[in-house]
Design a protein around this ligand. Structure first.
Ligand SMILES: *[C@@H]1O[C@H](CO)[C@@H](O)[C@H](O)[C@H]1NC(C)=O
Ligand SMILES: *[C@@H]1O[C@H](CO)[C@@H](O)[C@H](O)[C@H]1NC(C)=O
Ligand SMILES: *[C@@H]1O[C@H](CO)[C@@H](O)[C@H](O)[C@H]1NC(C)=O
Ligand SMILES: *[C@@H]1O[C@H](CO)[C@@H](O)[C@H](O)[C@H]1NC(C)=O
Ligand SMILES: *[C@@H]1O[C@H](CO)[C@@H](O)[C@H](O)[C@H]1NC(C)=O
Ligand SMILES: *[C@@H]1O[C@H](CO)[C@@H](O)[C@H](O)[C@H]1NC(C)=O
Ligand SMILES: *[C@@H]1O[C@H](CO)[C@@H](O)[C@H](O)[C@H]1NC(C)=O
Ligand SMILES: *[C@@H]1O[C@H](CO)[C@@H](O)[C@H](O)[C@H]1NC(C)=O
Ligand SMILES: *[C@@H]1O[C@H](CO)[C@@H](O)[C@H](O)[C@H]1NC(C)=O
Ligand SMILES: *[C@@H]1O[C@H](CO)[C@@H](O)[C@H](O)[C@H]1NC(C)=O
Ligand SMILES: *[C@@H]1O[C@H](CO)[C@@H](O)[C@H](O)[C@H]1NC(C)=O
Ligand SMILES: CC(=O)N[C@H]1CO[C@H](CO)[C@@H](O)[C@@H]1O
Length: 547
C-alpha cells in the first residue's frame, strides 16, 4: 500500500531535482553536508528542529536517483520510508526517543529480508516477488532502534557465490554497480552497493554481509569503515546464506563511531539463529561499542604485524605498503607497542588449503534450502540449490552462460553435506589454520591485543575461524597509477584515486577492543575526507526543506 501523502512526496523525488530545488540552495550550507554527515550531526539537526526525518528521507532518495543510473548501487527504495519517517518524527516531537539511530535512514544489502514491500533476492530473479514471514532479525533490530530502512543495495549476485567469471557488484536484478572514485571502478564485493551508497552519502550507513571479505573489501575500496563481526554476534536469521559457519552481518559507515552505533543496534542474541547463543556475556555486561571510541585507546596496546601474511610490496601495490609502514609509526606515536614478525606458523599451509571451499560448498546447499523453506510465497518454486541453478541457467536476464554457475555446480557436485565427517575434517582444518596455526596462535604467543594488516589481505584468516575484523581508510592510489581492468574486462580494478584501508583483527568477540584501536587511528589520520569521489549527488538537506 502506498499512501496518498507518499505519492506526493515520491512525485517530488522523481521530478528533475536540481531545477526544482534550485531556489532553495541559499540555505544549503546551514545543514550537514550529506557526503560526510555523521549520525551525531544529523541527530543534532533533528533535535534542533532544523529538519525532520522526512526531510532526510527526501534528500537521500533524491541523491540516490541522481546517481543510480550511473552507479546502479541501489536496487529498491522502500516505499514506506516516508511514513516510517513521519512516525519517528512524531515520536521525537512527543519525547519518545528510541536511541542514537532514531529517525536516521539506513540502506541494507539485498540479501537481508524485510517483511514489507521490498524484495529480497540476492540479485536473482528467482526470488523476485518472494515473501518472508517476518523481518530478518537485524532489520527488526534496526527498526526497533529507530532507524529507517531506506532501501536495498545491489550486490555481487548470491553474495559472489554463483559464478567463476562474473564481476564484483553485478546482479541480474540490479545490473552492474560501479564505485564512485574512478569511472568504471570495480566496487569490490559482495556488499558492493552498500559500500558505494555509504561512501557518497546516500544514507547514514549501510548493512553488508560477509562470508570472507564481503564487508571488509568493499569498505576498503569505497573509503569506508567496515566492521565484520564475530560470527554469532549478529543474527543471520532471514539473511540469504552462504555458510552458517562463516556468514556475518555488519555495518559499513563513514566513521568508526557511526559503525559502532549500527553494530550496537544489530548485535545480540536471537532465538532464530542459535549461533548467537555463543555470545559470551550476559545482557547486563554487553560491550558498549560507542563508548569504546576513545582517542587514547591505542595507549599500551600490543599490536602484532604478521609479516608472512601481509603479502609483498610490488610496483603496483607500493602505495598500500608504503602507507601501511607509515601507519605503524602513527600507531607507535599513539602509544601502541608494535610487535613485528608475529608470523602465522601454518600460513603456507593455509594458502595451499582447500578446506574453506569445502566448508562453504558443504554449507551452501542445506543452508540455502533452509532459507527457501521459510518463504511464505515462492513465486518460482525454487526449493533448493538444484532449482535455483536450473532457474539461473534458463532465465535470460541471469546472463547464463556468459556468467556461469561454476560455484553452484561445485556445491551440487559434492557427495557429502555439512553433517558428514569429510565436512567436519575440513572445518577442523580451518579452525587450526586460522587458530593455533594462524591468528589465535600469534595473539597468544606474542601476548597481543590485535594484529594490524593491509585490508586487502585481512579477511581470510579471520573468516575461517569466524573472527572479527575492522577496516579504516588508509589512503588512495596516486594519480600516476596505471589503470588495470578486472578479469572480466568490464571494470577498472586498479586506477588513480581508488581508496585502500588498514585492518585490525583480533580474537573472537574482541570488537570492543578493535573499535577502540580503529577509532584512535582514524582520529589521528582522518584519511577519508582527503579522498574525494569523482561523482557525487548534489542534493542537500537545504534543497528539500519545504516539500
Ligand atoms: C508518542 O508517539 C508515539 C508514536 O506516535 C506513541 O506511540 C506514544 O504513545 C506517544 N507518547 C506520548 C507520551 O504521547
Ligand atoms: C517487489 O517485487 C514486486 C514484483 O513481485 C514488484 O511489484 C515490487 O515493486 C517490488 N518492490 C519494490 C519496493 O520495488
Ligand atoms: C537503480 O538502477 C538499477 C540498474 O539500472 C535498477 O535496477 C534499479 O531499479 C534502480 N534503482 C532505483 C531505486 O531507481
Ligand atoms: C576505465 O578507465 C578507462 C581509462 O580512464 C576508461 O576509458 C574506461 O571507460 C573505464 N571503464 C569503464 C567501464 O568505465
Ligand atoms: C541450532 O539449530 C538447529 C536447527 O535449527 C539444530 O539442528 C542445531 O543442533 C542447533 N545448534 C545448537 C548449537 O543449538
Ligand atoms: C537478553 O536480551 C534479549 C533481547 O534484547 C532477550 O531476548 C533475552 O532474553 C535476554 N537474555 C537474558 C539472559 O536476559
Ligand atoms: C616472518 O615472515 C617474514 C616474511 O615472510 C620473514 O621475512 C621473517 O623472517 C619471518 N620472521 C619470523 C620470526 O619468522
Ligand atoms: C600443498 O598441497 C600439496 C598437495 O596437497 C602438498 O603436497 C604440499 O605439501 C602442500 N604444501 C604445504 C606447504 O602445505
Ligand atoms: C528447469 O527450468 C525450466 C525453465 O524454467 C523448466 O521448464 C524445467 O521444468 C526446469 N527443470 C527442472 C528439473 O526443474
Ligand atoms: C565421496 O567421494 C569420495 C571420493 O570420491 C569418497 O572417498 C567418499 O567416501 C565419498 N563420501 C560420501 C559421503 O559418499
Ligand atoms: C608514481 O610516482 C611516484 C612518485 O613520483 C613514483 O615513485 C612511482 O614509481 C610512480 N608510479 C608509477 C606506477 O609510475
Ligand atoms: C530497472 C532496470 O534498470 N533494470 C536493469 C537491471 O539490470 C539488468 C541487468 O543489467 C538490466 O537488464 C535491467 O534493465
Amino acid at each position: 500500500m502506498v499512501s496518498a501523502w507518499l505519492v506526493i512526496k515520491a512525485c517530488v523525488a522523481f521530478a528533475p531535482l536540481t531545477t526544482v530545488f534550485a531556489q532553495y540552495h541559499a540555505d544549503v550550507s546551514k545543514y550537514p553536508a550529506l557526503l560526510d554527515a555523521t549520525a551525531k550531526e544529523l541527530t543534532a539537526g533533528l533535535e534542533n528542529g532544523d529538519f525532520t526525518s522526512v526531510d532526510l528521507v527526501q534528500a537521500y532518495v533524491g541523491r540516490i536517483l541522481q546517481v543510480n543510473s550511473t552507479l546502479h548501487m541501489v536496487v529498491e527504495i522502500n516505499p514506506d520510508a516516508w511514513t516510517i519517517a513521519k512516525g519517528l518524527d512524531d515520536e521525537r516531537a512527543n519525547g519518545t526517543l528510541r536511541g542514537p539511530l532514531h529517525g536516521l535512514p539506513i540502506l541494507i544489502k539485498n540479501n537481508i529480508a524485510t517483511a514489507d514491500e521490498m524484495n529480497n533476492t540476492a540479485g536473482s530473479w528467482s526470488l523476485y516477488g518472494a515473501k518472508v514471514p517476518r523481518d530478518a532479525t537485524v532489520a527488526a533490530k534496526l527498526r526497533k532502534a529507530g532507524a529507517i530502512i531506506l532501501g536495498k543495495t545491489n550486490l555481487s549476485q548470491w553474495a559472489n557465490y554463483r559464478s567463476s567469471n562474473s564481476s564484483n557488484g553485478w546482479s541480474a536484478q540490479g545490473g552492474q554497480t560501479y564505485g564512485a572514485y574512478y569511472p568504471g571502478q570495480d566496487p569490490s564485493g559482495s556488499s558492493s552497493g552498500s559500500g558505494v551508497s555509504s561512501s557518497i552519502g546516500l544514507a547514514v550507513a549501510a548493512l553488508g554481509t560477509e562470508t570472507d571479505g564481503s564487508i571488509i573489501s568493499p569498505s576498503e575500496l569505497n573509503n569506508l569503515v567496515g566492521i565484520k563481526p564475530t560470527r554469532g554476534l549478529t543474527s543471520r536469521a532471514l539473511v540469504i546464506p552462504i555458510s552458517e559457519h562463516q556468514d556475518t552481518v555488519g555495518p559499513m559507515a563513514r566513521t568508526v563511531k557511526d559503525a559502532a552505533y549500527v553494530l550496537q543496534a544489530i548485535a545480540g542474541p536471537d532465538q532464530y539463529d542459535n549461533y548467537t547463543s555463543a555470545i559470551p556475556w550476559a545482557n547486563s555486561t554487553a560491550p558498549n561499542y560507542v563508548a569504546a571510541c576513545q582517542f587514547d585507546a591505542l595507549l599500551g596496546k600490543r599490536i602484532g604485524v604478521p609479516r608472512n601474511a601481509i603479502g609483498t610490496r610490488t610496483r603496483g601495490s607500493a602505495p598500500i605498503y608504503d602507507a601501511f609502514e607509515a601507519a605503524l609509526t602513527v600507531l607507535r606515536n599513539a602509544g601502541a607497542v608494535i610487535v613485528d614478525n608475529t608470523n602465522y606458523t601454518a600460513y603456507a599451509q593455509y594458502l595451499n588449503s582447500t578446506a574453506e571451499d569445502t566448508v562453504l560448498s558443504g554449507d551452501f546447499g542445506p543452508n540455502l534450502a533452509a532459507y527457501l523453506a521459510q518463504l511464505t510465497y515462492n513465486p518460482n518454486n525454487v526449493h533448493d540449490l538444484a532449482d535455483v541453478t536450473n532457474f539461473t541457467q534458463h532465465f535470460p536476464a541471469e546472463e547464463y552462460p556468459s556468467r556461469d554457475t561454476a560455484i553452484f555446480d561445485e556445491s551440487l557436485a559434492l557427495n557429502f553435506t555439512n553433517t558428514d565427517a569429510q565436512f567436519w575434517n575440513a572445518y577442523q582444518e580451518d579452525l587450526f589454520l586460522g587458530g593455533e596455526g594462524g591468528l589465535l596462535g600469534a595473539l597468544s604467543t606474542y601476548n597481543l591485543d590485535a594484529v594490524v594488516i593491509p585490508s586487502s589481505v585481512a579477511s581470510g584468516i579471520s573468516a575461517i575461524i569466524g573472527g572479527p575484523v575492522i577496516t579504516v581508510p588508509l589512503g588512495a592510489f596516486p594519480s600516476n597509477t596505471t589503470v588495470v581492468p578486472n578479469a572480466r574486462g568490464n571494470l577498472n580494478a586498479t586506477a588513480p584515486n581508488i581508496p585502500f584501508g588498514i585492518s585490525f583483527a583480533g580474537a573472537l568477540w574482541s570488537e570492543e577492543t578493535l573499535i577502540g584501536l580503529a577509532y584512535a587511528f582514524e582520529q589521528r589520520t582522518l584519511v577519508r575526507e582527503k579522498v574525494k569521489p569523482y561523482i557525487q549527488p548534489s542534493i542537500e538537506i537545504g534543497d528539500v526543506l519545504g516539500y
